[in-house]
Design a binder for this molecule. Structure first.
Ligand SMILES: C[S@@+](CC[C@H](N)C(=O)[O-])C[C@H]1O[C@@H](n2cnc3c(N)ncnc32)[C@H](O)[C@@H]1O
Length: 232
C-alpha cells in the first residue's frame, strides 16, 4: 500500500473524532497520549520561538489536530495538505475563519505559486517532510526561502535519523533501498549532516534538536530548525 492510501483513504476508516488515529499518530494501534502531544507542542513552540503575533504556515498539516494546538499560541495561520478527507476534518473541527484556516493543495504548488505568502513569519512541517520525494523536498525548501520572505524560522519535525536507523530496525534487517524511499512507511531517512546539506543547498542554515527521552520516537528521530542563510 502506498502512503497516498494512508493520507487519502485510510482516514475514512477511522471514527470522525479519532483525530490522532486519522494521521496515524499511534503506538501499537492506540492513539498516543496527551503527554506526548504536549511534548510535541512544547518542542515546536520552543524551536520556533513562537510569539503571540506570529503568523504560522503549517505545511502537510493533516487534519489540523496538531496545527490547532500550535495556532493557539500565535495569531493563527494556514494549514496546507493535499488530502481531501483530512482537510475536510480540519475545516469541520478546527477552522476559525480569518484566524486559523486550512487549504487543500500540494505543498510544492502552494509555496511556489500562492499569493500573499509573505505574511507568514514562522513555518512548520511536522511528521511529513520525509515523505516528500527528494526533488519535491528541495523545491519546497527553495520555494519557501525565495517566496516566504517573512519566515524567520522553519521547524521540520520528527525526521528519521539515518545514523540511528538500527534503533528502529532492531534486528538489523534493513531492506535494501528503504532508507531512500519516500513511499516507505517511515519515508526518507537522513542523517543530520545530510539534512544540513539539503538545507544549505536551498538557502537555509539548520540547527538540530532532540525530543526528551520520554518521547515515544526520541530514539530514532530528531527535529530541525531552519533559519535563512545569508545570501552572498
Ligand atoms: C503523517 S501525516 C502528518 C500530519 C500532521 N503534520 C501531523 O503531524 O499531525 C503526513 C501528512 O503529509 C501530507 N502530505 C504528504 N505529501 C504531501 C504533499 N506533497 N502536499 C501536501 N500534503 C502532503 C499527507 O496528506 C498527510 O496529511
Amino acid at each position: 500500500m502506498s502512503n497516498e492510501y494512508f493520507y487519502k483513504e485510510f482516514p475514512k476508516t477511522c471514527a470522525a473524532d479519532d483525530f490522532w488515529g486519522q494521521v496515524r499518530r499511534t503506538v501499537n494501534g492506540k492513539p498516543v497520549g496527551e503527554d506526548q502531544i504536549a511534548m510535541i507542542v512544547d518542542a515546536v513552540r520552543a524551536g520556533l520561538d513562537l510569539q503571540a503575533a506570529d503568523c504560522l504556515l503549517d505545511l502537510c498539516c493533516g487534519n489540523g489536530a496538531l496545527s490547532t494546538r500550535i495556532f493557539a499560541h500565535c495569531s493563527g495561520g494556514l494549514g496546507v495538505d493535499f488530502s481531501g478527507v483530512l482537510i475536510e476534518v480540519a475545516q469541520a473541527n478546527f477552522a476559525r475563519p480569518g484566524r486559523d484556516e486550512y487549504l487543500l493543495d500540494d505543498v510544492e504548488a502552494f509555496v511556489s505559486r500562492s499569493a500573499g505568502v509573505e505574511r507568514f513569519t514562522k513555518g512548520l512541517c511536522y511528521g511529513s517532510f520525509q515523505y516528500l520525494p527528494e526533488a519535491k523536498a528541495r523545491a519546497v525548501l527553495g520555494g519557501l526561502r525565495a517566496r516566504c520572505c517573512g519566515v524567520s524560522h522553519m521547524f521540520i519535525g520528527n525526521l528519521p535519523d539515518r545514523d540511528r536507523i538500527s534503533n528502529f530496525y532492531r534486528d538489523g534487517d534493513v531492506q535494501e533501498g528503504i532508507a531512500d524511499d519516500p513511499g516507505s512507511p517511515v519515508g526518507i531517512w537522513r542523517s543530520q549532516s545530510q539534512f544540513a546539506e539539503l538545507a544549505r543547498a536551498t538557502g537555509w542554515n539548520a540547527l538540530f534538536r532532540q525530543m526528551p527521552a520520554e518521547y515515544y520516537a526520541a530514539h530514532y528521530r530528531y527535529d530541525a530548525v531552519l533559519t535563512p542563510a545569508e545570501i552572498i
